[in-house]
Design a binder for this molecule. Structure first.
Ligand code: GRG
Length: 295
């Protein structure tokens, strides 16, 4: 999926900021009293291994785009974009663990627990999560509301809760009547996938001088985009073993579900455009995610 053209400058800025923020944190740990870097080098390597391995950076780009749309300071927004990518990376490392998805590969490479070890992968994820908050606290301007939105949507309320629900309800998903299973799966997606998208969109918007209505609109947009992204991912991985909407609904019904989410995204885009915001790039992003159903 090509998410949007003309965004290479922001991506370049983001990659520079990511490296500099992470290296600065490592240097700070090393400079602190009694910290011996050689003792921790394996953990540093595990933290960097997946972080620098070619993720699409969709969530930080969305955060920066919402910050731009609402007129926030982009340099300051970069710290929050980095924090969000760190949280996304931790979630992937933990999701691959044997007690969760038990995935051997990620982005075409060995997953972190295979390359290092299970305890190191667990701790690398924990380190990334905490580093994300350190980086937000260190931002040029610390915005409490943005940090609140990010923590709320990445925790029990959304991402962690959604992951729990998936693990806890696997039998119900397979045993229930079709509509109930689909409803439950969408609840799982609302959490595990949409959480980070809401954090990106509403978090980015909250860095500017935005109204409650603007934040609500950014939240709705992020929530629907996360669901659409997950349905598209299911469609591309239809033969995968994990929970998948196309294992519950027919191909036609699954695509219709995606279409109805696409329509809701168009409504959110229209609301933003009516209040004078430039929605061109996020509209391209929605079309890029939806494009797999047109192929
Ligand atoms: C372990 C607390 C905890 C949560 C895990 C987000 C998540 C919850 C798990 C990731 C596994 C997964 C299949 C999530 C669905 C969303 C998805 C397709 C994520 C991958 O996102 P991309 O494609 O990843 O943006 P890249 O590799 O580009 O960064």
């Amino acid at each position: 999926m090509e998410f949007w053209q003309g965004y290479t400058e922001q991506l370049g800025l983001f990659e520079l900021e990511l490296k500099s923020a992470v290296e600065t944190k490592f240097e700070q740990y090393i400079c602190s009293d009694s910290f011996s870097p050689t003792l921790y080098s394996k953990l540093f390597d595990a933290v960097k291994y997946l972080l620098y391995s070619g993720g699409k950076r969709l969530r930080p780009m969305l955060l920066l785009e919402f910050a731009r749309i609402f007129g926030a300071d982009i340099v300051n927004a970069l710290s929050y974009a980095v924090a969000l990518e760190l949280i996304h990376t931790y979630s992937l490392i933990h999701d691959d663990l044997p007690c969760m998805d038990n995935a051997l590969m990620r982005r075409g490479m060995q997953s972190v627990h295979i390359r290092f070890s299970e305890p190191v992968a667990l701790l690398a994820g924990d380190a990334l999560l905490n580093m994300a908050y350190e980086i937000m606290f260190d931002a040029g301007v610390f915005n409490v509301e943005t940090a609140r939105i990010i923590s709320n949507n990445c925790g029990l309320n959304r991402m962690v809760g959604g992951q729990f629900l998936e693990l806890d309800s696997i039998r119900q998903l397979h045993g229930a009547e079709k509509n109930d299973s689909a409803k439950l799966l969408f609840e799982i997606y609302r959490g595990k996938t949409s959480g980070l998208f809401v954090a990106a969109c509403a978090g980015g918007a909250s860095l500017a001088d935005t109204t409650k209505n603007d934040i609500k609109c950014a939240e709705d947009f992020g929530s629907y985009l996360g669901i659409l992204f997950q349905i598209a991912d299911d469609y591309n991985d239809i033969n995968d073993d994990s929970a998948n909407i196309f294992h519950i609904l027919s191909e036609e019904d699954g695509i219709n579900a995606a279409l109805s989410v696409y329509d809701k995204l168009q409504c959110a885009l229209n609301t933003l455009a009516r209040s004078g915001h430039d929605t061109e790039r996020i509209s391209e992003c929605v079309d890029a995610v939806f494009s797999c159903f047109n192929a």
